[in-house]
Write a protein that binds this ligand. Structure first.
Ligand code: COA
Length: 334
């Protein structure tokens, strides 16, 4: 990314893992005032996956990391750093990175969590690239992992139909080929957006008490329409800015990889960017919004299906609570 660094950070392996338990729209229609038709037409989601009660976020993360390491043919002991993007850590602390490190036996690495909601993976990927480009590390693992089913109110039709659980990872390594890998990024936060999407209790502002639980303050609160409009504008405008900065026309982009919060947001974003939907990665119909895992799971699935070629330009873009948003230009290298 930096023209002064000797190496670029490229994605040398990807992997994803989704829970076995499939929860269809009909499940929610069986006990809430909603329908399969409403959910499909308003969000594009047909089903999502939920982890079992005894499976925390780290369970999904470990499975995705194991798939990634297997695809690269290396052991966890070779990792230098693990960065975990999540809003659903197993516990507030220790970090989920520590829990994962022990579970996979990554004896020679350090790590930490990044909390940037739906932009967690983008922010983590941009951060990970810095450790490679600086020469500090050779193998950095970035995983987006979530158990959103643990923090949504299953009685609130406005939110419970939107989210899902899952995990996906990228392995980053150095390359001397400066025309490949993480090429550029634009990242933003704006705290004015905080009031539209947040989890009110469980932190130091509103520690968990009987009263906070009685009021449902441990769950996701969202003003859907306010987030919708900002998400379209945020993702599209920043992606166009990134393309212009790098002299790319829409024909030069193999795939736009948008955060998967709502198919209508994705379509409006593609329209605003003048990119055809055939060039947009989509898996929201199967998994819903898996927060930090949407972007890497799309890339991993499309790669597994042989749809991404070496040299392809991918624009990864996200928008989430905070507000947080960003775009990364990634030139595919495997
Ligand atoms: N089934 C049936 N009706 C529902 C419903 C459901 N599951 N969820 C909401 N509704 C109702 C609302 O209660 C509202 O009813 P009212 O008019 O009687 O008050 C009506 O549908 C319209 O609600 P509205 O919020 O205007 O719908 P919408 O078209 O904006 O869609 C979202 C709602 C949440 C799907 C949409 O706003 C969205 O996707 N927002 C962004 C979400 C997002 O990006 N989140 C994460 C960011 S990272």
């Amino acid at each position: 990314m930096s023209k002064f660094s000797k190496v670029n950070a490229y994605v040398s392996a990807v992997g994803h893992w989704m829970p076995r338990r499939v929860v269809t729209n009909h499940h929610f229609a069986s006990y809430l005032d909603t329908t399969d038709e409403w959910i499909k037409t308003r969000t594009g989601i047909s089903e999502r996956r939920f982890l079992e009660d005894d499976q925390p976020t780290s369970y999904a993360a470990v499975k995705a990391i194991e798939a990634t390491l297997e695809n690269r043919g290396i052991s966890a002991e070779e990792l230098d750093l693990i960065i975990v993007a999540t809003v659903t850590p197993d516990m507030i602390y220790p970090s989920t990175a520590c829990i994962i490190q022990e579970k996979i036996g990554a004896k020679n690495c350090w790590g930490y969590d990044i909390l940037a909601a739906c932009s967690g993976f983008i922010f983590s990927l941009a951060t990970a690239a810095q450790f490679i480009e600086s020469g500090m590390h050779k193998k950095v693992l970035v995983v987006g992992a979530e158990k959103m089913s643990a923090i949504v109110n299953m009685q609130d039709r406005n939110t419970c139909v939107l989210f899902g659980d899952g995990a996906a990872a990228f392995l980053l390594e150095p390359t001397e080929d400066k025309s490949m890998g993480v090429m550029d990024s634009i990242l933003h936060i704006d705290g004015k957006g905080g009031k539209f999407l947040f989890q009110p209790a469980g932190g130091s502002l509103n520690p968990t008490t009987h009263a906070t639980v009685d009021k449902g303050m441990q769950f996701v609160h969202q003003e859907g329409q306010a987030v919708f409009k900002e998400a379209v504008k945020g993702m599209a405008d920043i992606s166009v800015e990134l393309m212009e900065k790098n002299n790319l026309k829409s024909g030069d982009v193999a795939f736009l990889v948008p955060h998967q919060a709502n198919l209508r947001i994705i379509q409006a974003c593609a329209d605003r960017m003048k990119v055809g939907m055939d060039k947009v990665m989509v898996n929201i119909q199967k998994y819903g919004n898996t927060t930090s895992a949407t972007i890497p799971s799309c890339v991993s699935e499309y790669w597994q299906e042989g749809k991404i070629k070496k040299g392809d330009n991918l624009i990864l873009t996200s928008f989430g609570a905070g507000f947080t948003w960003g775009s990364i230009l990634l030139k595919w290298g495997i």
